[in-house]
Design a protein around this ligand. Structure first.
Ligand code: 5GP
Length: 203
């Protein structure tokens, strides 16, 4: 059983082996699809499964898309120091489990964290050489179309997420080193894969 180590201990593992790759972007931009494609293309690259209090949609699977937990369970994870970062996004809590990350970094793997800008900043503070990529839509109109097409959220939720997108994008220009436009999926995936490969060769 792996021992959960402190922040300092985690930071210590960073320079030695694996690498964290943060992928963020507005809802509906295609982050999850891009992440799945990256994993198909590269060996030793894994996707972290976050914990959330958001209700599960019909298409989602517990343990694959997220670990769906109650507010109490989420708070317990925070209190026990089990989360690498956590944030409130559109009224629900989301967090990255620490244990698997430590394990994977120790094993020299690349771990993708699909998280929002608040979480990304927390991770970057502990792991300064985490690679930060932000996925942009080709236009606001196209993002609205994709969200509508996804059909996962109620109309008011979709609107809230679209409104949040511009603030998220504005913040991203400040903090992210790589901005990738997802106009053509394969091109966006190629770009992400190239960025990860170039960083892998530096470890
Ligand atoms: P969704 O509800 O659409 O799956 O995710 C909403 C937002 O929460 C997205 O921006 C997604 O990247 C972000 N998110 C997902 N998991 C995490 C996490 O573990 N931590 C943080 N900070 N954000 C997350």
């Amino acid at each position: 059983m792996l021992e959960i180590c402190s922040w300092d201990c985690m930071a210590d593992t960073k320079s030695r082996k694996g690498r964290l790759v943060i992928i963020s972007g507005p809802s509906g931009v295609g982050k999850s699809t891009i992440c799945r494609e990256i994993i198909k293309r590269l060996d030793d690259v894994y996707l972290s499964v976050s914990v959330t209090t958001r209700p599960k949609s019909a298409a989602e699977v517990d343990g694959r898309d997220y670990w769906f937990v109650s507010e109490e369970e989420f708070q317990q994870r925070i209190d026990k120091g089990l989360l690498l970062e956590h944030a409130k996004v559109f009224g629900h809590s989301y967090g990255t489990p620490k244990e698997k990350i430590v394990e994977a970094l120790e094993a020299g793997k690349v771990i993708i964290l699909e998280i929002d800008v608040q979480g990304a900043r927390q991770v970057k503070a502990t792991f300064p050489e985490a690679v930060m990529m932000f996925i942009l839509p080709p236009s606001a109109k196209e993002l609205a179309k994709r969200m509508d097409h996804r059909g996962r959220d109620a109309e008011d939720v979709t609107e809230e997420r679209l409104n949040g997108a511009s603030a998220e994008i504005a913040a991203a220009w400040q903090y992210y080193e790589h901005m990738v436009i997802n106009e053509d999926l394969q091109q966006a995936v190629d770009e992400c894969v190239q960025i990860i490969k170039s960083k892998k060769s530096q470890t």
